[in-house]
Design a protein around this ligand. Sequence first.
Ligand SMILES: Cc1cc2nc3c(=O)[nH]c(=O)nc-3n(C[C@H](O)[C@H](O)[C@H](O)COP(=O)(O)OP(=O)(O)OC[C@H]3O[C@@H](n4cnc5c(N)ncnc54)[C@H](O)[C@@H]3O)c2cc1C
Length: 398
Amino acid sequence: MNIYIIGSGIVGLTIGIKIKEKFKNLRVTIIEKEEFSIKHGSGRNSGIIHSGVYYPSETLKAKLCIDGAKQLKNYVKNKKLWIDECGKILVPTNDVSYKNLDLLINRAKENKVEANLISNAEAIKLEPNLSPDFEKAILIPFTSIVNPKEVMNSLLKDFINLGGEINYNEEVVNIDSKVNKIKTKKNHFNFDYVINCSGLHSDRIAKSAGLEFNYSFLPFKGKYWKIKKKYKLNKLVYPVPDLNFPFLGVHTAHNKDHEAFLGPTSTPVFGRESYSFFENFKLSEITELLPSFFIKILKNQNNLRNLAIRELKMLTKGGLIKEIKKLIKNVESEDLYFYEEKTGIRSQIFDNTSKNLINDFVVKKFNNNQMHVLNAVSPAFTASFGFADYIIKEMYIN
Ligand SMILES: Cc1cc2nc3c(=O)[nH]c(=O)nc-3n(C[C@H](O)[C@H](O)[C@H](O)COP(=O)(O)OP(=O)(O)OC[C@H]3O[C@@H](n4cnc5c(N)ncnc54)[C@H](O)[C@@H]3O)c2cc1C
């Protein structure tokens, strides 16, 4: 059996690894359009191993994040990769987040994740950099941070060692479902089974195969700033989020050298890979995305106008620092610089029927020999091992 996976991000790679581990004799090939595997989401994220408190228990996100997080932690520890099991403090920063404190504690209980309501004094003892203006916060001990590039490089080695193949510089143009053929710009590949994990391009490839759905692609860019001065954080610090949106809000992140970062923002972007203003500028994408965003913002569908206004303010350092000061103290705008290399774009989809941003992962089976992973947004990095188990179960390989 010839299995092809489109996309060598963490979702495609972990699926490839788990198939090879379970079924040694199957031929598994990943087709990747870039010359390496960390050019997009899987190499451009905060590296947080999320606990799963945010998501309603019946969602795929809750199930796959909770299971995947445990597996990813074990993997990182077994491979002796860098991990800081520091835990996270969620701080309320506005009326919406105060209302969500109890809701999140209840969700944590439902999802069997430890989350404790702590007082201002307890929180500040754990993280002295916290801004003092809140009464209660939530401590989630499980949350950890890793280096996403290091994890990806390790997974790549594993996949190759298991006998998996990766064809780089092969951009898939379409899937011809009638003859089970993947067409790339240079070649074609005959498949018995194909799994589409192409992140920012998954919806397009799924449509090319003939899969029908009423979603539009609505990417959001996430920018990060680095704190120039020495700023050691004991904990990850997040705002209590507005749970109507799939974005968790600008938060802290750090690396093994204790360098501190702030981000990611969530601003609409009019190119699927426009990490900087003119990068990968494609007129066809602008004409696809700009009117779509404009109409949704004009009609304020899913409160997108309010979100856009909130997030646009954070495009400037001044606007960003205002939000940051609600979380941590002793940081001024002159302490920050824009850290371009970490900028990421979320492969978010919008449901044109319910008029909402889709909050959950979406997986679509097609023609008995295709699986399309759509909306692999955060926490798909955390969830990836759980995602892979789920996909393999759904494939029924015998
Ligand atoms: C700013 C930001 C911060 C985040 N922070 C976190 C976090 O802290 N924790 C967490 O769990 N998650 C986080 N996420 C989410 C996480 O990074 C992504 O959900 C995850 O990396 C998605 O992996 P993927 O394999 O689906 O996509 P990708 O990593 O984008 O991989 C898809 C691959 O498909 C390839 N491809 C695309 N089109 C084609 C084509 N036509 N032909 C061949 N190949 C193709 C691409 O080149 C790419 O390599 C964050 C995301 C962003 C944007």
